[in-house]
Ligand binder design. Structure first.
Ligand code: ACO
Length: 380
């Protein structure tokens, strides 16, 4: 008799679940396009506001279109009082847990919460994009015993984020660093958190619920939590000479080196290079070259042999060192990823709503069959 077992693609590896016009990834050569545009052009020449428009409308904006979306983003940054109240209640929790909770509250009070049309979803996505930086920074200020800083409509998205975090206007260079960081995190196809957000949308649940799902999935150290773990690792390693023994010990014990490897990229993640050079110059400027030296040694020497297995640095490897050098606490690294990723999650949900099918794969049952139910008083 022929084998009746279904073919199983564990982790859905290599499975195409749908089509998309959001982003194109060629993992073999390390190529990434948003809506057809190369990430290298976008990271070097564009702005996060332009990327929000590109992702949510499908084309680069004209000057008036850019001015309009930028104005809407700047005008949508403040939070309903209910969100601030809840942030005070959860002030001692991890910032990702606080963010997940706060987005959920936003969903309870959003004026269009029950409207899942593509137009309303886009408007909600723009609002959430504007509000998430305010949530992350307000929670951080509250837990530090400080008052939240009101958004400054005179600053762009990246500059305003840093301003609300530190209460001081950032330099042009700091703003540019954050802007590039948000651009390279904005969208990435069917990654775990975007896929999870799509699953939520496929039940015709609302965008806020999908974003709550995305935040929960992004939090894990095998996904967005890697940047925080990379910087912890660099601090543990301490000096470049210790890197080899440190990494060897992790790998020999079956562990993974954070910031390396990717489900899709088997060449260098094209986003990583945009952070590498910036990490190097910031390390020098801040008089702390050791972090770049440790990470660079890890990449160029210790992990080089693993390139033959397709394990290269990913986007999170260099990002953590930049946040650290900017003075950002390490538990805010993954919320920063979420700040950048809201447009991507929104786009994935819009696509799902536009041509919906519920996402519901199968798992092969391998447990016992047809067991006899024994009443509890008769069980040994
Ligand atoms: N360090 C050491 N070994 C690794 C690493 C790593 N970082 N990543 C993968 N490997 C090993 C695997 O253990 C596996 O070994 P095996 O063949 O002996 O079993 C082999 O390389 C192949 O692994 P993949 O199948 O390519 O990895 P998978 O797709 O299952 O996982 C993942 C991808 C989760 C990203 C993994 O590389 C990892 O855990 N990396 C560290 C965490 C990290 O940096 N995450 C951020 C990813 S980027 C992002 O989410 C934005």
């Amino acid at each position: 008799m022929a084998d009746q077992s279904p073919q199983i693609f564990r982790g859905l590896r290599g499975v195409y679940a749908d089509t998309t016009t959001s982003s194109f990834i060629d993992g073999e050569v390390g190529k990434l396009l948003y809506r057809g545009y190369n990430i290298h052009d976008l990271a070097e020449k564009s702005t996060f506001e332009e990327i929000v428009y590109l992702l949510l409308y499908g084309e680069l904006p004209t000057k008036p279109q850019l001015a309009e979306i930028d104005g809407t983003l700047r005008a949508s940054r403040s939070l309903p009082s209910e969100v601030i109240d809840v942030l005070k209640v959860v002030k001692d929790s991890h910032p990702m847990d606080a963010l997940r909770t706060a987005v959920s509250v936003l969903g309870c009070v959003d004026p269009e919460r029950d409207d899942n049309s593509v137009e309303a979803t886009r408007r909600k996505g723009i609002r959430i994009t504007a509000q998430v930086p305010t949530i992350v920074t307000a929670h951080h200020r509250i837990r530090s015993g400080q008052d939240p800083v009101d958004p400054d409509p005179g600053l762009n998205h990246a500059g305003n984020f840093l301003y609300m975090l530190f209460g001081e206007r950032p330099t042009e260079e700091e703003m540019k660093l954050m802007d590039v960081d948000f651009i390279i995190h904005a969208e990435h196809g069917s990654n775990a958190s975007s896929f999870a957000a799509r699953v939520a949308a496929s039940t015709v649940s609302d965008l806020h619920s999908a974003v709550v799902t995305g935040v929960g999935v992004l939090k894990g150290p095998w996904h967005g939590g890697a940047a925080e773990a990379v910087m912890k690792m660099a601090l543990d390693i301490g000096t470049p000479e210790n890197a080899e023994a440190y990494a060897r010990n992790i790998i020999d014990n079956g562990g993974r080196i954070m910031g390396f490897g990717h489900r899709v990229y088997k060449a260098e993640d094209p986003r990583a290079g945009h952070m590498r050079d910036r990490s190097e110059s910031l390390s020098r400027q801040k008089g702390q070259p050791q972090w770049f030296q440790i990470l660079s040694h890890l990449e160029r020497e210790v992990m080089r042999p693993y390139q033959a297995k397709g394990i290269y640095v990913n986007v999170d490897f260099w990002a953590g060192s930049i946040y650290y050098l900017l003075g950002i606490p390490d538990d805010l690294f993954v919320p920063i990823f979420a700040v950048g990723r809201i447009p991507g999650w929104t786009l994935q949900c819009m696509e799902q709503y536009e041509d919906n099918i519920i996402i519901r794969p199968l798992t092969e049952y391998v447990g016992p069959m047809d067991l006899e139910y024994v009443p509890i008083e008769d069980r040994g």
